[in-house]
Design a protein around this ligand. Sequence first.
Ligand code: PLP
Length: 449
Amino acid sequence: NYARLMNKDTVKAADRAHVFHSWSAQELIDPLAVAGAEGSYFWDYDGNRYLDFSSALVYTNIGYQHPKVVAAIQEQAAKLCTLAPGFAVDVRSEAARLIAERTPGDLDKIFFTNGGAEAVENAVRMARVHTGRPKVLSAYRSYHGATSGAINLTGDARRFGNDSATAGVVHFWGPFLYRSPFHATTEAEECERALRHLEDTVVFEGPASIAAVVLEPVVGAAGVLVPPPGYLAGVREICDRHGIVLVLDEVMVGFGRTGAWFAADHWEVVPDLLTFAKGVNSGYLPLGGVAISPAIAETFARRPYPGGLTYSGHVLACAAAVATLGVMAEEGVVEQSARTGAELLGPGLAELAERHPCVGEVRGMGTFWALELVRDPATREPLVPYAASGAAAAPMAAFAEACKKGGLWPLTAGNRLHVAPPCTVSAEDVARGLEILDGALAVADAHMA
Ligand code: PLP
């Protein structure tokens, strides 16, 4: 057993010897040894507590160690840990029913995966088989996962080290008024030009060759970009007109993150396929999936679906989903996320922006916000260049360090701070978090031009 790993030195030593970490130069990282977590906090072996404003990787929507979800996993483990995906099993059926009930419109069938990237891979596979077309369109400012297909759909810089298999993927620009690719000055102008650009891309790629548009309804890891009113409906209309499948990737923003069950609900847009993961069970066990429209389900009614996974609909992960969705309904977690955004985070972050010249823009909704940190608010030059690393990224590293010193675990990406506490974060913890950010932003101010 691993009881001998009882202090930070032994935990760290074993980690450094044997754990190979994601996205990292292995010798240049120094992972914090974490001893435990509860609610909105985790703590290290020296008793330092961190207010987790990253929700792990934006997935602990109900916080760490919710007792009802822990108990449900324990009960299910005692009853039945696992069963092959081909069987019908009560807890998997119930998880699928609950998810289908929450997803927008008529998305009624659920294909389960172990996470987000696999959900995206399978959505694209469904769209290609359904349409018989090869190409897929996705946004430059996007993140869709790190498996071969999903990383090439990903438009942001995480694609760079993997860009060997882009066959069939075409990127386009989505709306982002603060750094408008269309030189727009109003939301309405940005929306109209972004839709015209997408239409032009479709026409020049050849609509009959395009299976799907894959889009995050609120762009997550690549910037927390809330679309202007009308944009998603416009994308839906373009897809309909050209027989293109609309895949909305709700892996990061689904299950309460934006203050609605799904981000698409804010604009009442129903995709043909919806990918989810993370918040579906607060990440207590790996689970993701694709919610499928009747028309696409029909394609596979009498023809085998050419895909599957050993752990599709894993019994323990489904038990965690059933319990999580129950907690979210009982405790009004989605409503709380909306209120926290409208009443606390939105106004609080705007107030910080007024006092700190390094904050170029505040944007977001629910418990999902971003601060765009800049060297110069007039030119909007980012505090660190796009895809910077090492010395070039030092100002953001200093800012993140100041947050941690203050007791807040931040989520930074490029020149941005993403603010994504659990949807259940308390008003006191929001106030505490804002106070810590206030101090850390002074460090970022000092790094301006
Ligand atoms: N899609 C979106 C929108 C995401 O934010 C992520 C992960 O952050 C993924 C897909 C990939 O999910 P996973 O890391 O579970 O494969």
